[in-house]
Ligand binder design. Structure first.
Ligand code: NAG
Ligand code: NAG
Ligand code: NAG
Ligand code: NAG
Ligand code: NAG
Ligand code: NAG
Ligand code: NAG
Ligand code: NAG
Length: 486
């Protein structure tokens, strides 16, 4: 159904035109704590007032700027596994997107804010009734029930659409169940763009972020990955700031402002991630956002977050994204070369001998162009006595749905967008082509638990296990399998 190919408008905007976004990536996050004893000793040794002042400044800068959150946060990875896609017994499994979304909506006491691309939860677009649309319908009915109940205020920011793509939200709005605003990216960028974010925030305490659209397909026919974070007001409120940006830009006639209100600023970012415990494990975390003009002061851009994560890897970088291209794809014959992420992967593989694995997705709508960038990246792979560059690419294919005569349009695809390294887990909403970072709304969640115990409760270990399950499954084919696309 959703055709980002067809209805995606194009764009053009230089990346470095940002309002306070951190366009430059620093190598490392600032360390958490300075040792006070070391500080005192240093103070004793140094007499000059100027020197003293500067040390005090460094000390307070670190403590002030490394925010600490004591909320009892829990993070759960959630997945949609397309019906009849099966794995070997004992493979990693996580709660479904459907159960996570239902749980969030049922928990709500005051508010639900949803940022979304398009809406087709009800299966109205199916040629004939199919059971696999039930979960989408049930989720929609639950939203309608909660919204009409009157206690919970539902706000929806969506990309601007006509007809079937906004029928669900038009009905929610008409019946007073939700307030709905639509963002028209053609007003913001010469090449257009879309709001592609998928997130749900509840009561300023809980939220979902991940790849799943508000589409019945995303619950039962498309493979999705996301995270639900519960009992975590500090981060949920940070997500609320991301929502405020969308909400403002959804006002009729909205323009990109020259600066954002101070209330939308954040101090949770790449340089100073917030220190929080997810399920009791020490974590450094922050949320990134794209495009740069949507970032109030202090917000790390999504591409800077990705580059920062790749740059910090010491052993491996495993990536699962639907599409990968070192260019824009949506500017017709005006596409531009944009090797920002591609360069970083090559550098990691070449300079630091980091093992790079990229798992893209193959479906009936995969653009043939994307193979060029995949081949090009993998061509770097080479090992000899004194050189070790390890880069491999696979494509994941979801087998057809067995119970129907004709496959449903725009289904059976791996829609995941995440990355895991020896250090960090990153869960995003964007394809990895330039458009998504320049003129498309998306967000990313960076989770660094290297200061905690890496074990079965670590998000990084769990995400790595998901990646390995898929990479080693019979559904992932090495690039050589597609030599006709070379
Ligand atoms: C990713 O990009 C491809 C085109 O390259 C498009 O077909 C697909 O719909 C996009 N999907 C998402 C979720 O971005
Ligand atoms: C496909 O999955 C559905 C839902 O789990 C199940 O009811 C059905 O029997 C499966 N069909 C086949 C052919 O495995
Ligand atoms: C739109 O949704 C409403 C409410 O669920 C439904 O009654 C109606 O049939 C839908 N319209 C179309 C064109 O699908
Ligand atoms: C979106 O904005 C563009 C540029 O201002 C305008 O031409 C177009 O009509 C708008 N679309 C809708 C559906 O309002
Ligand atoms: C990468 O290079 C190594 C050594 O040259 C080789 O064994 C391996 O098969 C290559 N991998 C791919 C994906 O081509
Ligand atoms: C993709 O195309 C192939 C070949 O035309 C077809 O057999 C298959 O059913 C299609 N799959 C989907 C999900 O549309
Ligand atoms: C992860 O956090 C640790 C501190 O616990 C820090 O030393 C390290 O640089 C961080 N890594 C990344 C990639 O941010
Ligand atoms: C954290 O706890 C929740 C609730 O018990 C659980 O669902 C989730 O999987 C745990 N997260 C991790 C990373 O183990």
């Amino acid at each position: 159904m959703e055709s980002e190919e067809d209805d995606r408008p194009m764009e053009t905007t230089p990346l470095n035109n940002s309002d306070g976004c951190q366009v430059h990536v620093r190598k490392k996050a600032v360390p958490f704590h300075r040792n006070p004893a070391t500080c005192l000793m240093t103070l004793g040794l140094l007499a000059g007032a100027v020197v003293l002042a500067s040390i005090v400044a460094i000390y307070s800068w670190n403590t002030d700027n490394q925010p600490i959150c004591n909320d009892p946060c829990k993070l759960t990875l959630v997945e949609s596994i397309p019906w009849n896609l099966t794995y070997a017994a004992g493979s990693p499994a996580h709660p479904s997107t459907y159960s996570a979304w239902m749980g969030l909506v049922q928990k709500a006491q005051q508010s639900i804010d949803i940022a979304s691309f398009y809406w087709t939860l009800q299966g109205e677009d199916l040629p004939a009734y199919d059971e696999s649309a039930n979960e989408g319908q049930e989720f929609y009915d639950e939203l309608l029930r909660v919204g009409q109940g009157g206690n919970v205020k539902i706000r929806i920011a969506q990309d601007i659409h006509d007809g079937i793509f906004q029928n669900d939200t038009a009905f929610l709005a008409k019946t007073g169940a939700a307030e709905v605003r639509s963002l028209n990216f053609s007003r913001f960028y010469p090449w257009g763009g879309v709001l592609h974010t998928k997130m749900i925030t509840v009561d300023g305490r809980h939220f979902y972020v991940g790849s799943a659209n508000m589409d019945w397909r995303s619950l039962t026919q498309v493979k999705e990955l996301g995270a639900v974070i519960e009992d975590c007001p500090c981060l949920a409120q940070d997500v609320g700031k991301l929502f405020s940006v969308y909400w403002d830009l959804g006002k009729p006639g909205a323009e990109l402002p020259s600066s954002w209100p101070a209330a939308y600023q954040t101090n949770y970012n790449l340089q100073t991630p917030v220190q929080v415990a997810f399920n009791g494990t020490n974590t450094n975390t922050f949320l990134s956002s794209a495009p740069p003009e949507f970032c109030p002061k202090g917000r790390t851009t999504d591409v800077d977050a990705i580059v920062g994560v790749i740059r910090s890897a010491q052993k491996f970088v495993y990536i699962a994204v639907m599409d990968y291209a070192a260019t824009t794809l949506y500017r017709y014959n005006n596409n531009i070369y944009w090797p920002v992420i591609d360069d970083e992967l090559r550098r990691a593989a070449f300079d630091r001998h980091v093992e790079v694995r990229l798992m893209a997705s193959k479906w009936n709508h995969t653009t043939p162009v994307s193979f060029r960038y995949l081949w090009s990246l993998q061509d770097l792979n080479f090992t000899s006595k004194d050189l070790s560059i390890s880069v491999s690419v696979k494509l994941f294919e979801v087998p057809d749905y067995p119970d129907v005569e004709k496959q449903f349009e725009y289904t059976r695809v791996n829609h995941n967008k995440y990355m895991v390294t020896d250090q960090v887990a990153y869960i995003g909403t964007s394809n990895w082509s330039a458009d998504y970072f320049i003129n498309t709304g998306g967000i990313g969640l960076v989770v660094n638990q290297t200061s905690g115990q890496l074990g079965k409760n670590s998000v990084q270990e769990q995400l790595k296990a998901v990646f390995e399950r898929d990479w080693n499954s019979p559904y992932a084919f090495s690039l050589d399998h597609y030599s006709q696309e070379r």
